[in-house]
Design a protein around this ligand. Structure first.
Ligand code: BEZ
Ligand code: FE2
Length: 404
């Protein structure tokens, strides 16, 4: 048994003082340090530095590790030139991204307090790294392929990867999961088969959806910048699906939709009504010129996530949260900061169906300790000072074990 004591604890009831947590792999009790010492006299006592705030470990629900080698290769600024550059440089980038590069990024995430991440995997290349990294990994095997001719082959490859990730579940912190690349790149037949697999095995399910104006125009009218792309690379001129058909394919199973920047109110309300959620990636959206997701109007749960280094400059979750504060400049800053901390803890855990993300008895003992440069004067600003002053956390625990 261990007991950890901090000046502040981020609990479901807000920031609490004069409390400590007794834990093994899971949280056993929350009480004053004195009371816990009495109940567990042999426990190891951990006193965090002055002005520390103990949070549940942070959760990055959407990242592409296999593009971690990108720094200045891909074209930023606008979605379509970016996608062209991905096609042009994909092999080179994936080839340059070895286990060492990916492990360094897992470590960077860990130093920013990320104890769980959702890894979107197109080839399965990052599985080894995800098996050995200390973090919990929701391993999203991605299905891609709009060409009906190759659909069976691509689906077969996808199912192989799903099975391999399922076999990792017992010997690592991996949760197998399913990702659909996007409406424009996945044929509806294999899409429905993949959704059924997720549903049958109760696996987390995710899909990129309405990221760019180009995607919307292509799905709605078969026009716009994606038209030339499909003509050039696939010799096709009509989209394989439309917005409604794609959304309806997920009707019976809650799905984590990434981006949704170009979704309208009717579509967002529909997603909300079906119990879905959103991964909001502020820097990725900004860097690819996709626009701003109006998070203040959403009626469905959302997480804040980094996306991959294919559309970002770091996987540090605090860099992302600071960007979110800037992107949503109209929002009251302390309320937004609180909401953002919720989006990477309890909301993200609920979205991924994990028993972490909350300081509550019975939850997994995943913690991130943030140390503020001085004592906060007002409790309602702790989330804001956390986001503004933190580059790296001072301690990280996963399942009760200290990693940083
Ligand atoms: C496709 O298979 O249609 C596709 C693959 C990658 C990017 C875009 C489309
Ligand atoms: Fe993504």
């Amino acid at each position: 048994m261990k007991i950890i004591s901090s000046d502040f604890i981020y609990s479901p009831d807000g920031f609490i003082e004069n409390q400590a947590i007794a834990f093994t792999e899971t949280i056993q009790a929350i009480d004053t340090l004195e009371a816990l010492k009495e109940i567990y006299p042999d426990a190891q006592i951990i006193q965090t530095e002055a002005n520390s705030v103990l949070y549940p470990g942070f959760i990055n629900t959407h990242v592409h590790l296999e593009f971690s080698a990108n720094k200045t290769t891909l074209k930023y600024g606008s979605f379509m030139p970016w996608l062209d550059s991905v096609i042009e440089h994909r092999e080179e980038l994936v080839g340059n991204c070895d286990n060492k590069v990916m492990m360094a990024e897992c470590e960077a995430m860990l130093r920013s307090g990320i104890t769980t991440f959702g890894a979107i995997s197109s080839f399965g290349n990052e599985l080894e790294v995800c098996e050995v990294t200390p973090q919990r990994v929701v391993f999203f095997n991605e299905l891609i392929g709009s060409n009906a001719q190759y659909a069976d082959m691509l689906y077969g490859d996808f199912m192989e990867r799903v099975k391999v990730s399922m076999s990792c579940e017992k010997k690592s912190r991996i949760t197998p999961a399913v990702a659909i690349h996007s409406p424009y790149s996945v044929h509806p037949i294999i899409l429905q088969r993949a959704v059924n697999v997720a549903k049958e095995h109760q696996l987390p399910l995710s899909a990129h959806f309405l990221e760019s104006q180009a995607e919307r125009q292509w799905l709605e009218h078969g026009e716009g910048e994606l038209k030339g792309f499909f003509k050039k690379f696939f010799n096709t001129s009509v989209p394989v699906t439309n917005i409604q058909e794609f959304m309806y394919a997920f009707d019976t199973y809650p799905t984590h939709f990434t981006h949704c920047v170009q979704a309208n109110k009717v579509e967002l309300d529909y997603l909300a009504q079906r119990g879905h959620s959103i991964a909001h990636c502020p820097r990725s959206n900004r860097y690819l010129g996709c626009g701003r997701l109006a998070i203040e109007e959403l009626s469905l749960p959302y997480s804040v996530a980094t996306d991959g280094l294919s559309s970002n400059d770091s996987l540090n979750i605090f860099d992302e949260l600071r960007a979110a504060l800037m992107l949503h400049h109209q929002a009251p800053i302390d309320k937004l900061a609180s909401r953002l901390m919720q989006s990477i803890t309890s909301d993200a855990a609920d979205i991924l169906g994990l028993s972490c993300g909350k300081i509550e008895v019975g939850k997994l003992a995943d913690f991130a300790v943030v140390t503020l440069p001085e004592a906060p004067r007002r409790k309602e600003e702790i989330a804001l000072w956390t986001i503004l002053h933190t580059k790296e956390v001072s301690e990280v625990y996963i399942e009760g074990q200290k990693y940083t």
